[in-house]
Design a protein around this ligand. Structure first.
Ligand code: BES
Ligand code: MN
Ligand code: ZN
Length: 508
């Protein structure tokens, strides 16, 4: 937990163990740092030159000095060169903030007094600066260390950040931003914890249980169906994927209702495969290693619902999570099997490793039939092809609905969960046709683009509802070089889906 405090402090007088300054490239030091240096480290400027620090983005220099008889660490944190318009991106602020947190953790420094840069430098409001400060600091402090028995390997997480602001900053707005950011950050880190949790500790039943817990804790309606019910209801996709596993599959549904009359309803559907071995179309060992992350879409939707219940946007949101485990066995679905989904459509299962679309097909059909949403967005670690096409920094966005796609692109820019739109051209539609059923679950090889052909499979289950698909196979896990991430889960999607819900009508 990180505690944030706003202090009427002059940094040198602060009781905190460390002080931090954000420094833009080739800019003069702030007057506070300048004064501090004059009194306690007269050679600061030449020292920074010596270690080649000129405020470069991502660079952080810790200094030790004695300030008013107290030992202190001073963190000089580079935030890079402003543009010609004098702006630095808010993403740079997020990354620099997370570097500070990691710097504190590795030195076991529990408190820091931070001179907050002006929000104008980033072209954002004071509210957004406070919000992004907390989100990036909390995300930066995350470490999946539950299973270390050696206490020394656990990461130091109890931190206090004291924020000192310039006189032009609106403290009330900053504080509101901090409060909202903290709600978002807690959910993001909770989602990361679920995604990092190994598949022997997180089954489809346990994952649905987390959805139930969130719904009950935050006062939302919860509905759950178990495997036998789902089979009776005609959910052949969930049935087929779960056939090889001893674990029960589930369909978990959380409903958030706004008090505002006439508000639109949006369905968020998240893929919840707690482990993906590929089934009988078994994955090679290397590709299977990280397949505990195949429930990252469902986790992101549950985390989003937790935030939404607290921030109360003016739209209705339904979170739908199909959960299952994809394993081979004597009872597993076989390549060649033909199955029928909840909306009556049939598919030939040519490749049991294309399982995500099978469980999403039932969940989407259910959402369309029972909630008649005005919009639907699914989020899924769906294809290796998407991860190859876009790499780890951009999720694939696929939609034939331009207005919805633009909303998502806009929310993505603000939130930091980035998307890149791939063409959902009807020429690709034939890739998922089958000679023996309505659809085939693996795209024909001539059409190549596996991320897009997967989207066309899903399209058959969106009905007439304006729908968008987010493929997070590349962004959910193991993303290099971003300081607010760690080695494992990223929590991708929570920041994006929350932003979208909060500003549904204002972002276009
Ligand atoms: N869960 C995987 C996709 C994935 C790959 C997620 C890498 C995260 C990282 C998905 O179920 C899958 O196996 N997809 C197949 C589809 C193919 C058989 C049509 C794939 O991408 O190979
Ligand atoms: Mn698979
Ligand atoms: Zn999968």
């Amino acid at each position: 937990m990180i505690t944030f405090r706003f202090a009427e402090c002059s940094l040198p007088e602060s009781k905190a163990q460390s002080l931090a300054f954000f420094i833009a490239a080739d800019q003069p030091l702030s007057s506070t740092l300048d004064r501090l240096a004059q009194d306690h480290f007269p050679l600061l400027e030449s020292y920074l030159k010596q270690v080649d620090f000129a405020g470069q983005a991502g660079k952080i220099v810790p200094l030790s000095m004695s300030v008013n008889g107290q030992p202190k660490t001073i963190f000089c944190i580079g935030i890079g060169k402003p543009t010609a318009q004098g702006r630095i991106t808010i993403e740079q602020f997020r990354r620099s903030t997370a570097s500070l947190i990691r710097g504190m953790q590795s030195r076991k420094i529990g408190s820091c007094s931070v001179e907050l840069p002006s929000s104008q430098l980033f072209g954002v409001s004071d509210f957004d600066l406070g919000k992004q400060l907390v989100i990036s600091a909390c995300m930066g402090s995350y470490k999946f260390d539950d299973y270390f028995s050696d206490a020394k390997r656990k990461v130091f997480k109890e931190l206090t950040i004291e924020c000192c602001t310039g006189s032009d900053a609106d403290k009330a707005e900053l504080q509101k931003g901090v409060a909202q950011g903290s709600i978002i950050a807690q959910a993001v880190n909770k989602v990361r914890h679920w995604v990092d949790t190994p598949p022997n500790k997180l089954t489809p039943t346990i994952l649905a249980g987390f959805a139930k817990e969130v719904a009950q804790t935050y006062g939302m309606k919860y509905t759950e169906f178990g495997e036998q019910e789902l089979i009776k209801m005609g959910m052949g996709g969930l049935q087929a994927v779960s056939a090889g596993s001893e674990q029960d599959c589930k369909l978990a549904i959380i409903e958030y209702k706004t008090e505002k009359k006439g508000a639109p309803t949006v369905a968020y559907v998240g893929k919840g495969i707690t482990f993906d071995s590929g089934g009988l179309s078994l994955k090679p060992a290397l590709n299977m290693e990280a397949m505990k992350d195949d429930m990252a879409g469902a986790a992101a939707v549950i985390g989003t619902m937790q935030v939404i219940a607290q921030l109360k946007p003016d739209i209705n949101i339904i979170g739908i999570m199909p959960t299952s485990e994809n394993l081979p066995s004597g009872t597993a679905t076989k390549p060649g099997d033909i199955i029928q989904f909840y909306n009556g459509k049939t598919a030939e299962v040519k490749n049991t490793d294309a399982e995500g679309r099978l469980i999403l097909a039932d969940a989407m059909s259910y959402a369309v039939k029972h909630y008649k949403p005005d919009f639907m967005i699914d989020i899924a670690t769906l294809t290796g092809a998407c991860a190859y096409a876009l790499g780890p920094y951009f999720a694939g966005l696929m939609s034939q609905h331009d207005e919805l796609a633009k909303k998502i692109e806009h929310a993505s820019l603000i939130s930091g969960d980035r998307v890149w739109r791939l063409p959902m051209d009807n020429d690709f539609k034939a890739a998922v046709q089958s000679d023996v059923a309505d659809l085939c679950n693996s795209g024909k090889s001539q059409y190549r683009a596996g991320a897009i052909t997967a989207a066309f499979f899903l399209q058959a289950f969106a009905g007439e509802v304006p729908w968008a698909h987010l493929d997070i196979a590349g962004t959910a896990f193991s993303v290099p070089d971003i300081t607010y991430y760690d080695t494992g889960a990223t929590g991708y999607g929570v920041r994006l889906l929350v932003e979208l819900a909060m500003h549904w009508d204002t972002i276009k």
